[in-house]
Design a protein around this ligand. Structure first.
Ligand code: SF4
Length: 323
């Protein structure tokens, strides 16, 4: 059997010799190809014209299963990796293939395993967890049902119901992905974040990234100040420093975190701007262009990067946009 690895993962596994700024601390693997769903932003969507080896802006070369498993077991890779994540593209056989891959990987390493997929039932979630998967991620992607309906097939409400029921039945084992920049307000995203953490669901924030060949290829990435404020809100909520009910908004934009920005900067430094999600997941350059300010930092920020990020938290969106 063959498997796709993100290009950075392949480097960690010794399967290529590319130069990278930051190594992934999670092995990202893709199972399946060309989804049965048609998300407007996804390179793997049913009607996407994007390259088949892309997910977000990362390329995912394919390798023989034996080479991949050999690379994974190598002490050099084990020294870097903290986790393994299967990104399951929703074709018919992908979930069954993933079960086989999870068994194969567990024979080579004790690293915690995540599966980011679209299971349809509690039974499917249970089956993955019983195999020893630590986290199952069911991506909501959109903060609201309306934004979901504009960008994805199916129903936000149904996914949310499965995610909530799974979180109740399997506490500490569920995660979700939310994409900033699909048209939601800061208030929409913050309310969604609070709901997720109230249910014990781990959230990974992504910045919308336009990919050539997708329906949203012409849409811009989110304004950095918008993304930074949502990152800070996320950090405040998940660490329990304050609840979203203590925040204030004006026209959907965050104006107050319930704690002053100066105090938050002092207490949290660069933490809010690191890649979020499962422990050890750093997704280098998943949404970012090298050389530009990063949405999600894959490693500790420098002092200058911390200052720049907090300056963006303070920046009024209207002033930056000149409207
Ligand atoms: S947060 Fe990272 S490791 Fe966890 S499911 Fe998402 S991509 Fe995978």
């Amino acid at each position: 059997m063959r498997i796709r690895c993100s290009i950075g993962t392949a480097k960690v596994l010794g399967l290529n010799k590319i130069r990278v700024d930051a190594l992934p601390t999670t092995a990202y693997l893709m199972v399946g190809e060309r989804c049965r769903y048609n998300c407007a932003f996804c390179a793997q969507a049913r009607e996407s014209g994007a390259r088949a080896d892309l997910l977000s802006r990362v390329s995912w070369p394919e390798f023989q299963g034996e080479s991949f498993l050999r690379g994974l077991a190598h002490p050099g890779a084990q020294a870097v990796l903290q986790r393994i994540c299967f990104q399951v593209v929703q074709d018919k056989v992908a979930l069954e293939d993933t079960l086989e891959w999870v068994k194969a990987v567990k024979g080579k390493t004790n690293l915690p395993i995540c599966v980011s997929a679209g299971p349809r039932t509690l039974e499917e979630v249970k089956e993955l967890l019983e195999l020893g998967v630590e986290h199952v991620s069911i991506a909501l992607d959109a903060a609201t049902p309306e934004i979901y309906a504009q960008n994805k097939d199916g129903s936000w409400t149904e996914r949310f119901k499965l995610l909530s029921e799974s979180a109740e039945k399997f506490p500490g084992h569920m995660a979700t992905h939310l994409i900033v920049g699909l048209g939601e307000s800061e208030e929409d995203m913050v309310r969604c974040l609070q709901t997720m953490y109230d249910k014990g669901i781990t959230v990974a924030l992504f910045a919308f990234t336009p990919i050539k060949g997708t329906r949203l290829e012409g849409v811009k990435q989110p304004i950095m100040s918008h993304y930074r404020r949502i990152q800070v809100a996320h950090d405040v909520i998940r660490t329990g420093l304050a609840r979203a009910d203590c925040f204030q908004f004006r026209d959907g934009q965050l104006t107050d975190f319930g704690i002053s920005v100066d105090e938050l900067q002092e207490r949290r430094g660069g933490e809010p701007f690191l890649t979020s999600g499962c422990t050890g997941c750093n997704r280098p350059y998943y949404n970012e262009t090298p050389g530009e300010e990063l949405y999600n930092y894959p490693k500790a920020l420098t002092t200058e990067e911390v200052e720049e990020a907090w300056a963006n938290v303070r920046a009024a969106r209207d002033k930056r946009e000149g409207v």
